[in-house]
Design a protein around this ligand. Structure first.
Ligand SMILES: [Zn+2]
Length: 472
């Protein structure tokens, strides 16, 4: 049977697709949700961040049950195909159905997290669905700053258990989000002249690695990290003098490229063949990658031997990629050496770690800080994004697991994500918070190819209704 857009939440999904809701520009969608609440006489709250919270009383017979929070974010990533005329500050999205998928013409669909908004509005609007007292939380700027979740006044919240709809896989229930610790280090030292009679300069260039997001793709070993690989390759030589070193773009992006200009003493020239062999080995491991090594005719100015050595040793000491996985295969500790950038004579290093276990995370943090001290790498600034951990057998998790099994005769996967989610901020405000995120299958979120399975959206709708009606 062809899946249809018959359920009530589709009406809201279509309506909110007409409302511009770029991150940081949520006033129109906030007004729409507030008008919705006023029309139905619901108690609501809003604030300067354009967050909205709506309360709905329990259905007859369910007044004794504990209040349940439902949560989503109202903003969306606004991406379009090049040459597409679309003004995200005013134009409605053009929704189309292709087979089982709903998508938007040439733009992101905003099912991340418009499906959450639509589900919650339809639940609030329904007179048939049975549920405990509901606290419906619509946050803002999730895709950029998390200012909504961060700024929301916790004293107005009553729920100690929240179901979020910010996820993209119907088979997974997200039960934890990562803490991210980020560092920016600066290395500054005048460069020196090397005697052209004694030294030879090379350019080693690594390009076309897969890259990716450090919160999503870090477990995939086929991506590699060209910054780390360069530091490892240069272990062939006993002394390296770095002139130029540039790779990656952002702290939370897995680098795709890296280039280094370095000099070695001529008495080490015989080791270049060792480097070339290593390069062939790396090329075999990362099939998409381009790697080239070229001699540069003029010997370049460079950093001192000591600084060059410290820098390479520090990068070598940094544990990159997936470091620890839990029993289900979730990455729960990872590192990403994100970028090396040189501006004039100042070199900036951007690197980060993510963890879903504070015990593991703090241990690694300490190691990094002590390596920094050891190699004389000073941190200019730190970033810290809060994560979320809970008991794996929390009442909310067990309840959702049981109902999922009853609905689909299949176990839902409990997943700890390395992404940073809003639950980090909620758990910071609400002691002993129980929080899970569930959602239908959404593909290529954040890109103009974003699409959502209609069948999956309908299936998850029925699952959510079962939860509301049967939750303890
Ligand atoms: Zn989202």
């Amino acid at each position: 049977m062809m899946e249809t857009l018959n359920y009530d939440f589709w009406k809201y999904f279509k309506e909110i697709s007409n409302i511009p809701r770029r991150s940081g520009e949520e006033s129109k969608i906030a007004k729409y949700i507030i008008d919705f609440a006023i029309k139905r006489n619901f108690k609501y709250y809003t604030d300067k961040y354009n967050n909205v919270v709506i309360w709905k009383e329990a259905s007859e017979g369910l007044q004794d049950k504990e209040i349940l929070g439902l949560q989503c974010h109202t903003d969306m990533i606004c991406e379009k195909l090049i040459n597409t005329e679309h003004d995200f500050s005013k134009d409605p999205l053009k929704l189309i159905v292709e087979g089982d998928f709903i998508k938007a013409v040439n733009t992101t669909l905003g099912a991340d997290d418009g499906i959450g908004v639509a589900y919650i509005l339809a639940i609030l609007d329904s007179k048939e669905i049975k549920h405990p007292k509901l606290e419906c939380i619509f946050t803002t700027e999730e895709e950029t700053t998390m200012n909504g979740a961060m700024g929301l006044d916790a004293s107005i919240l009553q729920s100690k258990r929240i179901i979020s709809f910010d996820n993209d896989n119907e088979e997974e229930m997200w039960i934890s989000s990562a803490t991210a610790k980020e560092w920016t280090s600066t290395i500054k030292e005048p460069q020196i002249d090397l005697n052209p009679e004694e030294f030879t300069t090379f350019c080693l260039n690594l390009d076309k690695f897969k890259g990716g997001h450090s919160g999503i793709d870090i477990g995939d070993v086929t991506r590699g990290n060209p910054i780390k690989i360069i530091a490892e390759l240069l272990n062939c030589f006993s002394d390296v003098y770095i002139s130029d070193f540039e790779g990656g773009s952002k702290v939370n992006i897995i680098p795709r490229d890296c280039k280094i200009i370095f000099s070695i003493n001529n008495n080490e020239l015989s080791k270049v063949s060792v480097l070339e062999n290593e390069i062939s080995r790396i090329k075999n491991m990362y099939q998409t990658a381009d790697i080239s090594l070229n001699k540069i005719n003029n010997v370049q100015k460079s950093y001192s031997k000591q600084l060059s050595e410290n820098l390479l040793k520090f990068i070598n000491s940094f544990q990159n990629g997936a470091i620890v996985k839990d029993e289900y295969g979730n990455v729960i500790l990872s590192g990403n050496f994100g970028a090396v950038k040189k501006e004039n004579e100042v070199m900036n290093l951007l690197y980060s770690i993510r963890y879903n276990s504070s015990k593991l995370g703090l241990k690694l943090e300490n190691k990094i800080e002590s390596d920094m001290e050891h190699y004389n790498i000073e941190a200019k600034n730190h970033g810290n994004i809060l994560g979320y951990e809970q008991e794996e057998n929390s009442q909310l998790i067990e309840c959702c697991e049981k109902i999922y099994y009853k609905c689909f005769n299949k176990k839902i996967k409990k997943v700890k994500v390395q992404a940073c989610l809003e639950c980090g901020y909620f758990s910071n405000k609400i002691p002993n918070l129980q929080y899970v995120a569930i959602a239908p299958n959404i593909y290529n979120a954040h890109s103009p190819d974003e699409r959502m399975s209609i069948k999956s959206a309908n299936k998850m709708w029925n699952f959510i209704i079962e939860i509301l009606e049967n939750i303890n």
